[in-house]
Each structure stands twice: as structure tokens, then as C-alpha cells.
Write a protein that binds this ligand. Structure first.
Ligand code: KG4
Ligand code: ZN
Length: 343
């Protein structure tokens, strides 16, 4: 089954609360994509508990890898390389995936490819649309990151902006906790906001200095918390649909305005969304509307490829593999692995 012209990558992702493994062909075709989510386990604590996440990864990693191979109708012998997210993320969680990938690479003598989690999120767009190619501007919005990146070529990019404080997803999760709707907040605020009026409460938009592509969400988060506290003290009833819709509008207006401005400045007519928050309906809608207005092509992954998965890691790894970039078996997990310009 392994036609030598084709490259099959077994990919592993355990950076946060999803134990995931996938087999990806030629960087774009997903043969299997298994995700074992721990959300229910962490829900009662209102967020991810690192120690619980690590233990659950240890329990799930082998069955998840096995399942990914079974679904792809492959054995370890059939794959060309083993890829793994080595950062950023929870160190104890990352270590489980990295150890598993190294063990497989060592035992099978296959190359090991360590992937930056954010590069994986960007690559999800290559899976979704087989004709989608760089150059493009990518807005990466997840629980831990908010970046605007100029993707010049596969695995070659320049960071044009990032958050100076909270990530967009982090703001969603914190606001969700404050209105008492639990973890993870993003999808719930998305849902609640559908029934609310986005213009009902005026929350601040942080555009920062003229021409800046950086973001800041901590002021908005504080404004929502202050609004909730003030309303409670005054004995006023709180319409959580309106709070969710108005908060979301403040987030997405800034994300969309800056992303479009960034594409214009760089003279690029393609935009790709990436990361968990790109599952947000409001963000997709407004970005689509503005891109259509500006004649910019918009690409975003389907919901299951927006949030953490291993198929995106397999895709990013493929573009490294064909350039001959692999890692030694001393690859380590790096919790705060920075996204750096790579040109
Ligand atoms: O990419 P991801 O799965 O994990 C990280 O790499 O962080 O992103 C998770 C984040 C969480 O903050 C979650 O609340 C947010 O993505 N999220 C959403 C939606 N779905 C997930 N935020 C807004 N709207 C959504 N529909
Ligand atoms: Zn992620």
C-alpha cells in the first residue's frame, strides 16, 4: 500500500487536554485523525489541571496511536516518519507525546520531526483545501496564542503581531468563568451570543498604536468583569446573552480589522484562520464579510481541525520532511517554545 512516491507521517499531539494521533499522506490527505478529549475531566475544575492532563495522556497515548494506525490501515512499518508537537504547551503533557514519538522513531529507525504547535494550527488549512498555498496572512487565535503571521512559504514565516497580554481564547475562557458558564468558554460564549445583542453593552476595543498589529485583551476582560460586578452591586439583572454578544463583538472587530489591514500592508490577497478560536461563528462571519468587501480570499479549517488535533501536526511535519529537516532523539518538550521568524 505504501507507494514510495507518497509520504505517510504518523503524528502525535499532547500539548494540552487532547490526546491525539493521526496518519497524514503527503501533508494534505488525512487517513486517520483520532482525538481523545479530556474536557469532561477538567470541566469541574474550571480549566485544565496539568497533573490530571499528564496522567490521562499516559493512559490514552498508546490506544490512540494504535487506533490512528488501524483506521489508516497501516502499521508502524508503513509510515515514513513520526512527528510530534514539542511545544509550546503544558510540559508534563507534551512530554508524554514526545516520549512516545521518540520511542517509535527509535524502535522503527524512522525519522523524528518535532513540530511547533502553532505551525501545526496554520497547516490545518493545507488539509482543508488541497490547493491552498503560501503566501498568505494567518491569524492564529487559540487558548494560548494570538498571532498575526505572514506565511511566505511552507514553514517560512514572519511574525507581524501578537498579543501583549491575554490570548483571545484565554479572554473567552476567563469571561465565561465570570458569567458562570464553565470551561471551555469559547464555544459557550459563541452559542450564548447568538441570542444576544452585540451593540447592547459598550466594551473597549484595544487597537493600540497606529499601524500596530499587536493585540491586547486584558483591558476588555477587566471591563467585562467590572460590568458584571457593578451590575451585581446595583442589584441589576444581567442578560448573559447580551454580555456574551457584546464581548465577542469587541474581540472579533479588532481581530478582523487588524488582519485585513495586515494583508493590505503586506500586499497579500489570502488570509487563513487557525487555532481554537477560529471555530467561532461570529469571527468567521465578520472576516468573510470583510474579505469579500476587500477581494481577499479567506480560508479556515472545519471545526474539528481548528481545535487541537494531530492531523495538523502531520501536515506541518510533511513540509519539514521534504526539506530534509528532522530531529535527533534528544528532542525535548519545551513548554514556552516561542514562535520565531523562520525565513
Ligand atoms: O487551539 P486550541 O484547541 O488549544 C490551544 O492551542 O490553546 O484552542 C482552545 C481555545 C479555548 O480557549 C476555547 O475556548 C477556544 O479555543 N474556542 C473558541 C471556540 N471553540 C474553541 N472560542 C470562541 N468560539 C468558539 N467557537
Ligand atoms: Zn492549539
Amino acid at each position: 500500500m505504501n507507494d514510495k512516491k507518497d509520504i505517510f507521517i504518523l503524528a502525535i499531539e499532547t500539548s494540552c487536554d487532547e490526546t491525539a494521533a493521526a496518519v497524514v499522506k503527503n501533508g494534505r490527505i488525512v487517513l486517520s485523525n483520532v482525538v481523545s478529549s479530556q474536557i469532561d475531566l477538567h470541566k469541574k475544575y474550571g480549566g485544565v489541571v496539568p497533573e490530571i492532563a499528564s496522567r490521562k495522556h499516559v493512559e490514552k497515548i498508546n490506544p490512540v496511536i494504535y487506533e490512528a494506525l488501524v483506521q489508516a490501515e497501516m502499521t508502524l512499518e508503513d509510515v515514513d516518519a513520526v512527528a510530534v508537537t514539542y511545544g509550546p504547551g503544558l510540559v508534563g503533557a507534551l512530554l508524554v507525546g514526545v516520549a512516545a514519538a521518540k520511542a517509535i522513531a527509535f524502535a522503527t529507525k524512522k525519522p523524528l520531526i518535532g513540530v511547533h504547535h502553532i505551525e501545526g494550527h496554520i497547516a490545518a488549512n493545507y488539509i482543508e483545501n488541497h490547493d491552498f498555498k503560501p503566501p498568505f496572512i494567518s491569524l492564529i487565535v487559540s487558548g494560548g496564542h494570538t498571532h498575526l503571521v505572514y506565511v511566505k512559504d511552507y514553514g517560512a514565516y514572519e511574525i507581524l503581531g501578537k498579543t501583549r497580554d491575554d490570548a483571545a481564547g484565554e479572554a473567552y475562557d476567563k469571561v465565561a468563568r465570570a458569567i458562570g458558564i464553565g470551561y471551555p468558554g469559547g464555544p459557550k460564549i459563541d452559542e450564548l451570543g447568538l441570542e444576544g445583542d452585540p451593540d447592547s453593552i459598550e466594551f473597549p476595543r484595544a487597537y493600540l498604536e497606529e499601524g500596530s498589529f499587536d493585540f491586547s485583551f486584558s483591558g476588555l476582560k477587566s471591563a467585562v468583569l467590572n460590568y458584571l460586578n457593578r451590575s451585581k452591586m446595583m442589584g441589576e439583572s444581567i442578560n448573559i446573552n447580551n454580555v456574551a454578544a457584546s464581548f465577542q463583538q469587541a474581540v472579533i472587530e479588532v481581530l478582523v480589522t487588524k488582519t485585513i489591514a495586515c494583508a493590505k500592508k503586506m500586499g497579500v490577497n489570502k488570509i487563513a484562520l487557525a487555532g481554537g478560536v477560529s471555530a467561532n461563528r461570529g469571527l468567521r462571519q465578520l472576516m468573510k464579510k470583510e474579505c469579500e468587501k476587500e477581494g481577499v480570499f479567506l480560508q479556515y479549517p472545519s471545526i474539528s481541525l481548528c481545535t487541537d488535533n494531530a492531523a495538523m501536526i502531520g501536515s506541518a511535519a510533511y513540509f519539514e520532511y521534504i526539506k530534509g529537516i528532522t530531529h535527533d532523539l534528544d528532542l525535548n518538550a519545551v513548554a514556552n517554545l516561542k514562535l520565531k521568524n523562520k525565513l
